[in-house]
Design a protein around this ligand. Structure first.
Ligand code: FBP
Length: 285
């Protein structure tokens, strides 16, 4: 199946762990903010090469990026077509559908990728769009990867990555039928008043460590029966990124999905970092 294709590609093949390169930041944050730190990354072919050279499990990007590399790189690395996209010129917490299952099949992709914003005023429309696309993707044998990023009027910046919210968002992604769930690494805060009493009564073991928090989020995804990967975030140091991967691995997470921290570094620096992250996931616990 296509999930197996992703799991069995690259240097982590057969381990059940994944490192994925996502390059949709041009849409989400704009081209200069994304690519000016390493101008080679303006070229879509750069990302295919980076994913292949680093031995990653998959490369995820919007339609134009995948199309631009399709002729040269088809079949060389599993691809995930990001079929909805937001942009920083929008004042609403919503995404437009910018790709189809037919596009994913035409381009030989292994999966579709879809973002939901639990908590946003458009969350139900987003979930309904996902339902339709996921049904179609699964009927065609494609895997479904869901980016579950809480945001909206109920959540401040702390709330977006708070442990209760992250676990809730990950669980909802599992409920939408995602094969692979992508969330941001959770912080120690418990944001929702309604959740505070529950967490006081049933404290999360090792909540002060990233591993403890990751374990809680993975458990929220059907007791660990779904693949859960954690995103890399804005530029961080080599050591901080490796340390984050250690926490994810120790907590039973299935891997990292590292965009800016890969392509905003020079190619040699990025390869060094990705290789160190892969080594973390290969190491026994
Ligand atoms: P990074 O590793 O660069 O953080 O990428 C992860 C990611 O999910 C991208 O796929 C996406 O463009 C970005 O984060 C969105 O982040 P946000 O919604 O917080 O702007």
């Amino acid at each position: 199946t296509n999930i197996a294709r992703i799991l069995n590609s690259g240097k982590l093949a057969g381990t059940g762990k994944m490192v994925i390169l996502p390059v949709d930041q041009g849409f989400e944050h704009g081209p200069a903010r994304s690519f000016a730190p390493n101008p080679a990354a303006y070229d879509p072919r750069y990302h295919f090469e980076l994913a292949i050279e680093a031995g990653l499990n998959a490369y995820a990007a919007p339609l134009g990026m995948i199309e631009a590399g399709a002729a040269s790189f088809a079949g060389t690395v599993p691809t995930i077509l990001k079929v909805n996209s937001s942009n920083s010129l929008s004042t609403t917490k919503d995404q437009a559908v910018t790709g189809t299952v037919a596009d994913a099949l035409r381009l030989g992709c292994s999966a579709i990728g879809f973002t939901i914003y639990p908590g946003s005023e458009y969350q139900f429309e987003m979930m309904e769009e996902l339902r339709e696309l996921a049904e179609e993707a699964k009927a065609a044998g494609l895997a479904v990867v869901v980016w579950s990023y809480p945001r909206g009027p109920m959540l401040d910046k702390v709330g977006e990555t708070a442990l209760d919210i992250c676990a809730y968002a990950a669980h909802m992604a599992a409920l939408t039928g995602a094969h692979i769930i992508k969330v941001k690494p959770p912080t120690e805060a418990i944001s929702l008043d309604a959740a505070k009493k529950t967490y006081e009564k049933f404290p999360v073991p090792d909540i002060a460590t990233l591993a403890g928090r990751i374990r809680h989020v993975v458990q929220a995804c059907f007791g660990g029966r779904r693949l859960v990967v954690f995103s890399g975030g804005e530029a961080g140091t080599h050591d901080a990124m490796v340390e984050m991967a250690r926490g994810i691995h120790a907590g039973g997470g299935n891997g990292s999905i590292v965009g800016r921290n890969s392509f905003q570094r020079s190619k040699p620096e990025a390869l060094k970092l990705l290789s160190a992250i892969i080594d973390v996931y290969k190491s026994p616990l």
